[in-house]
Ligand binder design. Structure first.
Ligand code: CUK
Ligand code: CUA
Length: 764
């Protein structure tokens, strides 16, 4: 813009009265903005702590449960910017999850519950894989409370790779939690039921209903759970709740708390008090203390009972072998969290104002001495609470969950009823600070706060209700994640983030530099098996194979066309379309959707995905790329032609809208030759500097070289046609030659900018 144009546009704005005089001058001061938006100094400080300028990245990544959406939400800290929704127990159309054949296999099988395709998941607790008790950035696990399932997400590409269904539970809650080296992932039942399913009358609750914990064996090399190497432990019909694995000195043990050890069976409809009264009557419930290493031995020795083909250690065996103990815990407990050093466990009672800190050493001493206060009705030894308490600390009303700080002895506990978050010292047993959060905090999340080496700095309050925090969007409100600066003893509230996807129970935060996800897949990858896709193709090898009643398309996508562009099938054919994205450029994803066929693929660079469908209705169905991938994205199109049975093709040639001649061809070639000069100058610059020291540029150069080779191919075809005097086709191929040049130039310029901004040095 020159000065007079600038002036004119300014005048135009001012005359509409939108801006004040000082803004029209173009420079609002910080004071002006504070005044205009009603911000005080504290607000501005909070903003400065979270605001993340363009191009800057977050220090931590959060994986939050997506609650009833059945998905996982990924966001950054401190910016609180949402980066991804990972489809887990429900379809996620953008990623093609639940639409392409490869992911359908995982989701459909994992959602087939007793012959019914279930369409939601109640995701609760995400868990990151650990090595020696610390996050390693490799895998994420998440459980589903409603259908007893557990999913494995690979953090190489943030995709769901496996869903395992719990073979014996009817509901669960206390998962997913991983052992310090991710050998096992725990899943604990919630509401007691007959193990393995089936009908048993409620009158037999005490005798026949049971709880359980499942120890899912994880094979890290394969990145998959091995159901055949997993086992469960039968537990009394108390409502088991959350769990945690021991670490360090407590490695080999796991802990699961419970509520409703009253074993109340309800019956409000027949005039009895409701569950809420019957399940909270006693002053204490039971913390289950399990020697899972012993359990593993028993499982390997075959001392188990098979239920639905799954090995279960019976309670009687566990008691006899000394692998199961109970400790009373006050009152309606929720959450058991092992300290980073593995020496202590914190348990909170929802109806108690204390947190109780148990000493693992004292627990072991009591077990060794055989010092028990008695047995429960099922014969499980009960350890006396006062023998094993390290400290009881009064924190406030409704304590729920605890996470740990980088500073030794410092913990954070959510106070649901008080709507506060407490920072406290569990060694000394004293409160350091309390901060009001907006409302009804459930879980909380400190950075790597459940590992052996928490990172401190921030805490997020996962509030159950948002109430009046955000602009109203109807009776159903979003949930509210509140970011708190916890780097000092005194905590400071920084930011409210609405999460509108379901009730996010729990979240885990990992240092961003521990994650090393792929930028692209190796050519032709089936992302769900992580192997070479048998139907992947290289450029130029695209084909259509036909057998009676079946059509299989082996196609490709690349800026800006789909090969093939015409797919002719016959009504009634079973059709499978496999598409490989031939791109290597970062973020060059193409989509693929066919009109009216519920086909939607996401094809990230290198990926091969497939869509199978029956061509059940004769007609003409446009297909197209669903990602705005390039200037000619809208032209990335084709037709699925479904011919009626018995249709005979005519030999009349299709008449196109425009015919081109020699003058068109010559003009096109002239432009192409000039374009090539621009490309050459960009290439000249790139090769004159140390571009090989910049990995992303090397990838871009590979990509540009590809496109340039395609350009050379198109140029050759165009010259062939011109030699034959067919200037119509010669022009069209020259046009395609130009399209490839444009893509080359686009990539080349991206590389050049990267080099210039990255401080590349001359080498020749
Ligand atoms: S839970 Cu404790 S607040 Cu982990 Cu299901 Cu929701
Ligand atoms: Cu590919 Cu749009």
């Amino acid at each position: 813009m020159n000065r007079s144009m600038k002036l004119a546009s300014l005048l135009a704005t001012v005359s509409f009265g939108v801006l004040t005089a000082s803004q029209a001058m173009g420079a609002e001061s910080l004071q002006d903005v504070m005044k205009r938006r009603g911000l005080n100094e504290k607000d501005v400080l909070a903003a400065a702590k979270t605001y993340t300028p363009t191009g800057k990245r977050d220090e931590f990544l959060v994986f939050s449960s997506g609650g009833q959406s059945g998905q996982v939400i990924v966001y950054g800290i401190p910016s609180m910017r949402i980066l991804k929704y990972i489809g887990v127990f429900t379809p996620e159309p953008w990623q093609g999850y639940g639409y392409d054949d490869e992911s359908k296999k995982i989701l459909d099988e994992g959602s087939n519950i007793d012959g019914r395709q279930v369409k939601f998941g109640d995701t609760h607790h995400p868990a990151l894989s650990e090595t020696n008790g610390d996050y390693d950035g490799q895998y994420l696990f998440i459980n589903d409370k409603n259908f007893p399932r557990l999913a494995v997400i690979d953090l190489k590409d943030f995709e769901t790779k496996q869903i395992v269904k719990n073979p014996i539970m009817m509901s669960e809650h206390g998962g997913a939690f991983v052992s310090p080296n991710t050998d096992y992932i725990i899943e604990a039942s919630q509401y007691a039921a007959p193990l393995g399913g089936g009908f048993v009358p409620l009158e037999q609750f005490n005798e026949k209903y049971r709880g359980a914990v499942t120890y899912w064996k994880f094979n890290r090399e394969k990145g998959r759970i091995e159901p055949e190497n997993s086992f469960s432990l039968e537990l009394p019909p108390y409502s088991q709740d959350l769990s945690d694995f021991g670490k360090g000195p407590s490695d080999g043990w796991s802990f699961t708390n419970s509520f409703c050890s009253e074993r109340y069976v309800g019956g409000i409809e027949s005039g009895r008090p409701p569950f809420e009264a019957g399940c909270s009557a006693k002053d204490t419930d039971f913390l289950h203390v399990v020697n899972w290493k012993k359990g593993e031995e028993l499982f390997k020795a075959g001392k188990t009972k098979q239920i639905n083909g799954h090995a279960v250690i019976e309670m009687a065996t566990a008691i006899k072998e000394g692998m199961l103990f109970l400790i009373p815990e006050p009152k309606s407990p929720h959450g058991v969290d092992v300290t980073p050093d593995g020496k202590l466990l914190t348990v909170s009672g929802k109806l108690d104002s204390h947190v109780t800190v148990y000493s693992f050493e004292k627990i072991q001493a009591a077990i060794k001495a055989g010092k028990f206060s008695g047995k429960d009705e099922y014969g499980v030894p009960i350890i006396d609470m006062k023998d094993v308490i390290h400290k009881q600390v009064e924190l406030g009303l409704g304590p729920l969950h605890t996470q740990y700080d980088a500073k030794p002895c410092v913990a954070y506990t959510s106070l649901y009823v008080d709507s506060m978050l407490a920072k406290w010292d569990f060694c000394e047993g004293k409160v350091i600070d309390k901060i009001s959060i907006h409302y009804n905090i459930g879980h909380l999340m400190a950075m790597e706060g459940d590992t052996a080496h928490p990172a401190g700095k921030y805490v997020v309050a996962l509030n159950k209700l948002a109430i009046d925090r955000f602009n109203p969007v109807g009776p159903l409100h979003p949930q509210n994640h509140q970011l708190i600066d916890a780097s000092n003893d005194k905590m400071q509230l920084l930011y409210d983030m609405p999460l509108p996807l379901g009730e996010p129970h729990y979240a885990v935060a990992i240092a961003a530099d521990k994650l090393k996800p792929h930028v692209r897949y190796p050519h032709g990858t089936d992302s769900r098996t992580e192997e070479k896709h048998p139907a992947s193709v290289r450029a130029g090898k695209e084909r259509i194979e036909r057998t009676p009643g079946k059509v299989e398309v082996f196609g490709s996508v690349i800026r800006s066309h789909i090969t093939p562009e015409i797919m002719e099938v016959t009504e009634g054919d079973e059709v499978t379309v496999h598409l490989t994205n031939l791109e290597r450029a970062e973020d060059e994803t193409h989509g693929f959707a066919i009109s009216k066929h519920n086909v939607n693929l996401s094809l990230e660079p290198g990926k091969t995905a497939s869509a199978s469908f029956k061509a059940n209705k004769a007609g003409v169905y446009p297909y197209y790329c669903t990602e705005f991938c390039s200037a000619l994205h809208l032209e990335m199109q084709g037709y699925l032609i479904v011919q009626p049975a018995g249709y005979k093709a005519t030999d009349v040639k299709a008449k196109e809208g425009v015919t081109y001649g020699k003058a068109d061809y010559d003009a096109r070639v002239k432009t192409n030759v000039e374009t090539q000069k621009v490309i050459d100058s960009v290439v000249g610059y790139i090769t004159s500097v140390n571009y090989k020291d910049f990995a992303p540029v090397v990838a871009l150069v590979e990509d540009a070289t590809d496109q340039l080779n395609f350009a050379a191919g198109a140029k050759a075809k165009s010259e062939d046609y011109a030699a034959k005097g067919d200037f119509h086709n010669a022009f069209l191929w020259a046009e395609q030659w130009f399209q490839y040049q444009v893509k080359t130039a686009d990539i080349g310029l991206r590389a050049k900018t990267f080099l210039e901004q990255g401080g590349a040095k001359k080498v020749k």
